[in-house]
Design a protein around this ligand. Structure first.
Ligand code: HEC
Ligand code: HEC
Length: 155
């Protein structure tokens, strides 16, 4: 009973070990087939610089959310606030304000990070899994997109 099983195992192990070698060989993609551009990236020696973000915090209109519970987009510039490191997080200085959760925030004031962002919202202990704010919240830029999004927010 055990013999055929071990033969099968041996055969599939040999196959599994030899497959990646073939797969890698066949995966070479020619440079001019990469991405959506019809020309090589090296032809464009002066690419358009993308400018992210609006004005300073407190001077922008809040963006409409794509759908309920979507992470809101960052409306202000973050130029001098990144990179976020283990020891430095300027976002926290303005947005970690647990006392303000659930209260109406005056125009121009920082919206407090919601209760979901803390281990203990009362004490303002941020959950470290949320430390890198820009993993979910992103600054915005006006760009000519190559492919228009067909995303429609849910009704
Ligand atoms: C000096 C204070 C300040 C700092 C620092 C700051 N923000 Fe803000 N943030 C604000 C204010 C004020 C607003 C209100 C809208 C505006 O004016 O842009 C805001 C808006 C936002 C919003 C939109 C919230 C919503 O519900 O519409 C997000 C998201 C956000 N900030 C994330 C960040 C992140 C991430 C960082 C760090 C990279 C950061 N902020 C740093 C003050 C600040
Ligand atoms: C893992 C993803 C993730 C990370 C990381 C994250 N957030 Fe959020 N954030 C969200 C989502 C999702 C929401 C929307 C939650 C909701 O509407 O209940 C949100 C909401 C917010 C809001 C809006 C609250 C409101 O009442 O409108 C602010 C401000 C905010 N986050 C700030 C921050 C800051 C500052 C950091 C970093 C310290 C951060 N977030 C890190 C996902 C994230």
């Amino acid at each position: 009973m055990s013999k055929p099983v071990s033969k099968f195992l041996l055969l599939s192990t040999v196959l599994a070990l030899s497959l990646p070698a073939f797969a890698v060989q066949d995966q070479t993609i020619p440079e001019d087939s990469l991405g959506l551009s019809k020309t090589s990236v090296y032809d464009d020696t002066d690419p358009v610089v993308v400018n992210y973000g609006g004005g300073d915090p407190g001077t922008n209109k809040r963006a409409v959310r794509s759908y309920s519970s979507a992470p809101p987009m960052i409306t202000h510039t973050i130029t001098d606030m990144v990179p976020i490191t283990r020891d430095s997080n300027l976002c926290k200085d303005c947005h970690v304000q647990p006392d303000l959760i659930g209260h109406k925030v005056a125009k121009g004031m920082a919206i407090p990070a919601p209760a979901s962002h803390y281990v203990d919202a009362k004490k303002g202990d941020l959950y470290m899994g949320r430390w890198n704010c820009i993993a979910c919240h992103r600054p915005q830029a006006e760009v000519d997109v190559l492919v228009k999004s067909t995303f429609r927010k849910a009704k």
